[in-house]
Design a protein around this ligand. Structure first.
Ligand code: GLP
Length: 241
C-alpha cells in the first residue's frame, strides 16, 4: 500500500490525473475503472486539459463506472451516466460505445449486474481503477455491511449516504434509495487502484481504511489486501493517520 500525501484538493487532482494519463499513454487500449462524486471532478478537469494539449488519446480506451442510481435513466441530470458525459466523455475522443455504466432503468437488476460483471471479465479486467470514498468508507456504493459483496449488485443506500448525496438533488426525497454497484471482486481484480480523498469529512474513513481491521463494516478496508493500491489524500483527509 502506497500513501501519497498532498497539500490540497488541487494537488490531489493533478497527481491523480498524471497517473491516469500515464496509464493511457503506456497502454492505449487500457480498461479504466471510473468513479463519480465530487472528489474526481478536479481530476477529470485536469485530464481534459491534458487531452486538449494533445498529450493523450482515448480512442481505444474502455471504461467501466462503479455504479449508477437505480431508477434513473442516463438522461436524468443526477444520473452518473449524465455526470460522466458532462464531466469527461463529451470532452475527449473516447468512443461512447466503449464506456459502460450500469443501466439504472433496468427492470432486471440481477441480470444487468451479472452481465456487467461478465463484460468486465471479457474485456480482461480493469487496468486502473479510480476510487473515491464515502464518509462511512463505502467504495462504489458498497455500504458498510456484515459481509463484503462480491459481484455487481443492487444496493440499499443507507441514511448517511442518502444525506451526503442529497446535495446533488433538489431535496432529500428525490435521492434514489437504491443503486447498482460493482462489488469487491472486480474492484479487487483491477491491476492497479488509486483512491482519492480530500477534506476533513473523509479523515475518519481514511484512518479506518488504512489502519483499521479488514472488516465489511469498513468496506474500503479490503483494499489493504490489494497488491498495488495508492492512496492520494490531502492534508485534511490524512489528519487522523
Ligand atoms: C458516492 C459514490 C462514490 C463516491 C462517494 C464519495 O456515493 N457512489 O463512488 O466515492 O459517494 O463522494 P464524494 O466524492 O462526493 O465525497
Amino acid at each position: 500500500m502506497k500513501i501519497i500525501k498532498v497539500k490540497d484538493y488541487e494537488s490531489m487532482s493533478k497527481k491523480a490525473a498524471f497517473i491516469l494519463a500515464s496509464q493511457v499513454n503506456i497502454k492505449d487500449d487500457s480498461v479504466l475503472g471510473l468513479a463519480t462524486g465530487s472528489t474526481p471532478l478536479g481530476m477529470y478537469k485536469e485530464i481534459i486539459q491534458i487531452y486538449k494539449e494533445r498529450l493523450i488519446d482515448f480512442s481505444n480506451i474502455t471504461t467501466f463506472n462503479l455504479d449508477e442510481y437505480y431508477g434513473l435513466s442516463g438522461k436524468d441530470h443526477q444520473s452518473y451516466r449524465y455526470y460522466m458525459n458532462q464531466n469527461l466523455f463529451d470532452h475527449i475522443n473516447i468512443d461512447k460505445q466503449n464506456t459502460f455504466i450500469p443501466n439504472g432503468k433496468t427492470d432486471n437488476p440481477e441480470l444487468e449486474s451479472n452481465n456487467y460483471d461478465k463484460l468486465v471479465e471479457e474485456k480482461g479486467n480493469i487496468d486502473l481503477q479510480v476510487l473515491g470514498i464515502g464518509s462511512n468508507a463505502h467504495i462504489g456504493f458498497n455500504e458498510p455491511d456484515e459481509k463484503f459483496a462480491s459481484g455487481t449488485h443492487l444496493v440499499d443506500l443507507n441514511e448517511e449516504t442518502i444525506k451526503a448525496n442529497s446535495r446533488f438533488f433538489n431535496s432529500l426525497d428525490e435521492v434514489p434509495k437504491k443503486a447498482i454497484s460493482m462489488g469487491m471482486r472486480n474492484i479487487m481484480r483491477a491491476k492497479k487502484i488509486i483512491l482519492l480523498a480530500s477534506g476533513i469529512d473523509k479523515a475518519e474513513a481514511i484512518k479506518n481504511t488504512i489502519k483499521g481491521d479488514i472488516i465489511p463494516e469498513v468496506p474500503a478496508s479490503i483494499l489493504q489486501l490489494h497488491p498495488d493500491v495508492t492512496f492520494i489524500i490531502d492534508e485534511e483527509a490524512a489528519s487522523k493517520l
